[in-house]
Design a protein around this ligand. Structure first.
Ligand code: NAP
Length: 495
């Protein structure tokens, strides 16, 4: 830990950390902490308490960070891969060593229960570990020449400066899933975390600094003006790659903005996933998995089950089982050990969820559990089940991003495949059936980047994560994730 880190440590009554120097509130550029002229507030969604006032940077500092990252690039790019790997590995070790503090920061600013926050830290850190190893495997190719006196070689080279923008729902993992492969490939990064969750993000910068990742290789801009920062990242010609996770609407905007400088781009966007329960499914497992998936992170998960399709013959039995499990869920402040579901992120989220539920009810859906804000506080929405939902309702087409499970009834395999695919999104779909033939047939017919069969635990750092259609472009994770940060160069050599 450097002396500078000690000087900038802030102590707050609301966040109890084993290592108080992990509470950083300044932005991070060129290995230093930048106060900026303004601050923005970060609050706890469970209590409304003010947690911290964070540096509010703008376009000028973003331009400066891009220039810093560009200057740091050649040295980082040309470092031998195993040296880069060692630094990434150290960053991974520090993330695990400080797992409890990272989770505490996350629960305080984002609301998810502490156990889920710890799970996210491990999941996020695993990307750093995996890419530490993969940085040594950025292989090229050779191919037989079309001339006996020439040789053809294909090499992989880092793209350059990466502009990254991440959301609040997974404040740790969405950062490491981008930065780790970018660094492994030899790129440098300017990253903007969400205004809602900068504390987890800044703690990760502190740990990267302690790991010895050189100044300028990662730079973090905290801001309340996402538009201004996004404007610089997408228009500055020194930025050669945009990697974004967030809503489809903002993803489309960034794609348009990046067009003039023809940047390489990856987008991890919204979803409208189907969770399909066939007559031959193990209903107990399906109901339990749906309950865990749907209400984890208070439903604020891009790959969540937005539409639950249950086959006619088991609709009543499944609904009863699912309702029993939902009724047993414990909602509360994520810092309390028993809590299984916390608040949603802000009032805007509550308003959207409530309006989707009200619209559905007005059009004939039945609330069979929840359906309103709880008396625990303004941002606690009760875990909700809606039955008799139809294909015409607004909740059918919009991403809910909250703790609401709408149940639809279907009769045939063909009907449910057509319904599940009838959406511009294509991120994740789930299917429950004991028939191996059906698992393959339906799995291959569903249009999404992720198909999860008889499980909701599809998370694996070595696998490609990403969407079809308007759910995104490119993949994160595995060898596919490294490729996103590499250029392919073909060299023809005359002997
Ligand atoms: P969002 O509103 O699109 O915000 C995502 C990020 O973009 C935040 O950092 C936000 O900054 C920033 N942003 C907003 N407007 C911008 C602009 N005009 N220019 C540049 N940046 C801008 O999404 P969110 O509400 O944070 O996250 C939820 C969405 O993310 C959902 O749709 C979810 O499905 C999706 N998501 C997808 C994945 C995936 O892997 N496919 C994973 C997680 C989440 P501020 O927050 O500071 O405004």
């Amino acid at each position: 830990m450097t002396l500078a880190n000690k000087k900038t440590a802030v102590s707050t009554a609301h966040i109890k950390l084993n290592d108080p120097f992990l509470l950083k509130t300044d932005a991070y550029i060129d290995g230093g902490w930048i106060k900026g002229a303004k601050r923005f507030n970060v609050t706890n969604p469970a209590t409304g308490e003010l947690l911290a006032e964070v540096a509010d940077l703008g376009a000028d500092e973003t331009t400066q960070a891009v220039e810093v990252a560009h200057k740091a690039w050649p040295q980082w790019r040309d470092m031998i891969a195993s040296d880069r790997a060692n630094l990434l590995r150290r960053w991974y070790d520090l993330q695990l060593e400080h797992k409890d503090d990272l989770a505490m920061l996350m629960t305080c600013e984002q609301g998810k229960p502490l156990a889920q926050a710890k799970g996210e830290v491990v999941y996020g850190a695993n990307y750093t570990e995996w890419y530490a190893e993969e940085s040594k495997r950025s292989y090229g190719d050779t191919m037989p020449s079309n001339d006996p006196d020439k040789r053809i070689v294909v090499i992989k080279q880092s793209v350059g400066v990466v502009g990254a923008i991440t959301p609040w729902n997974f404040p740790h993992a969405m950062i490491t899933r981008k930065i780790s492969p970018a660094l492994a490939a030899g790129c440098t990064v300017v990253i903007k975390p969400s205004e809602e969750t900068p504390l987890t993000a800044l703690a990760l910068m502190e740990l990267a600094n302690r790991a010895g990742i050189p100044a300028g290789v990662i730079n973090m801009i905290t801001t309340s003006d996402a538009k201004a920062v996004g404007g610089v990242l997408t228009s500055n010609p020194l930025v050669r790659k945009i990697s974004f996770t967030g809503s489809t609407a903002v993803g489309k905007l960034l794609m348009k903005q990046s067009a003039d400088t023809v940047k390489k781009i990856s987008l991890e966007l919204g979803g409208n996933g189907a969770f399909i329960v066939f007559d031959d499914a193990n209903l107990e497992n399906a109901a339990q998995d749906l309950c865990t998936l749907k209400f984890s992170n208070a439903g604020q998960v891009c790959t969540n089950a937005n539409r639950v399709y249950v086959q006619d013959g088991v609709y009543e039995a499944f609904t009863k089982l699912f309702k029993e499990k939902v009724a047993a869920l414990k909602m509360g402040n994520g810092l309390q050990e028993a809590t299984q579901m916390g608040p949603v992120i802000n009032q805007k989220a509550i308003d959207k969820i409530d309006s989707l539920v009200k619209d559905a009810v007005q059009d004939g859906a039945k609330v069979i559990h929840g359906g309103q804000v709880s008396d625990l506080g303004a941002l606690f929405y009760l875990p909700t089940i809606l039955a008799d939902v139809t294909e015409k309702m607004r909740i059918r087409t919009e991403e809910i991003f909250g703790p609401v499970a709408p149940l639809y009834r279907f009769k045939t395999e063909e009907e449910v495949i057509a319904a599940a695919n009838d959406t511009p999104y294509g991120l994740a779909n789930y299917l429950y059936s004991e028939s191996v033939t059906r698992q393959w047939k339906v799995g291959e017919a569903l249009e999404s980047g992720i198909i999860s069969v008889n499980t909701t635990k599809y998370g694996a750092v070595q696998a490609p994560f990403g969407g079809y259609k308007e759910s995104g472009l490119g993949r994160e994770g595995g060898k596919y994730g490294l490729e996103e940060f590499l250029e392919t160069k073909f060299m023809m050599v005359q002997l």
